[in-house]
Write a protein that binds this ligand. Structure first.
Ligand SMILES: [Zn+2]
Length: 193
């Protein structure tokens, strides 16, 4: 494929030209001004800057599917404190999270079927019936070896993830760790205790 045909790539390049033309530089230091790190879901409806009235330079933002305390999230948070002095960590889950509607088995089964995008219809995820060309990579059972961090009970999961952080050998005891659930419908953040 000719890369100039990718409309998203062109949008990114054009939008950045506009951004750079007005750019007045950021800060000398990458240390978050609020000494804050936020772990939240990658869901495109969530803008952690907007919901907490933050701007560039205020906080570290770590994102993954489901806002889960994975090894990689822990890695980022430990670096955030150790080298960038953050002392308050917030985990922000949200209502209608996709990782809540999925299960470990369902994800690996769908990936075993094929690697193309699944569809959500009539209350469940399915691989649509489709003709895959000879050049298409086939489905794979490798998904069985991945911990997808799906969850059932959201509040329990959030509190358990906070405990994982509090008890982690690389997390100092003076770090304040808070958990919230962001309501997609109302915009409210609810503290979960
Ligand atoms: Zn989510």
């Amino acid at each position: 494929m000719d890369i100039s045909e990718n409309a998203i790539l062109n949008k990114i390049i054009e939008s950045n030209k506009n951004y750079a033309s007005k750019f007045s530089g950021l800060f000398d230091s990458g240390t978050p001004k609020l000494r804050l790190a936020i772990l939240t879901c990658m869901d495109c409806r969530i803008n952690p800057y907007s919901i907490c009235d933050l701007t560039e330079g205020d906080a570290h933002i770590v994102r993954n599917a489901g806002a889960r305390v994975t090894e990689d999230a822990i890695r980022s948070l430990v670096i955030s404190h150790k080298f960038m002095q953050t002392t308050t960590w917030c985990i922000i889950h949200h209502t209608q999270c996709g990782m809540h509607a999925l299960s470990e088995d369902l994800i690996s089964d769908l990936l075993k079927g094929d690697l193309e995008s699944a569809e959500y219809a009539d209350g469940e995820w399915k691989n649509p019936i489709r003709k895959l060309s000879k050049n298409t990579k086939p489905g794979s059972a490798y998904g069985e070896h991945v911990h997808w961090f799906t969850f059932e009970e959201q509040e329990e999961t959030l509190l358990a993830d906070i405990s994982v952080l509090r008890d982690h050998p690389l997390v100092p005891s003076h770090i304040d760790i808070f958990g919230f659930i962001f309501d997609i419908d109302t915009g409210n953040l609810r503290l979960v205790e």
